[in-house]
Design a protein around this ligand. Structure first.
Ligand code: ZN
Length: 63
């Protein structure tokens, strides 16, 4: 099941739940139990993280 993000409109608690796609709009707030929750759009995973890649070229010996 896909994971969805929700925000409770009663206590503004944000949480995530695994829901089937056809019932993704049905969720209960785990904090106050309210049904007035709004589904948030989950941000896409960003590809590639900036980082210094250490390229070690050539190698002599070693063990
Ligand atoms: Zn709540």
């Amino acid at each position: 099941m896909p994971l969805y993000d929700y925000r409770c409109q009663e206590c503004e608690h944000e949480f995530e739940l695994q829901r089937p796609m056809d019932r993704r709009d049905e969720a209960d707030c785990p904090k106050c139990g309210s049904r007035r929750v709004k589904r948030l759009l989950r941000a896409f995973a960003t590809l590639g993280h900036s980082g210094g890649g250490s390229c070690s070229s050539g190698g002599s010996g070693g063990g």
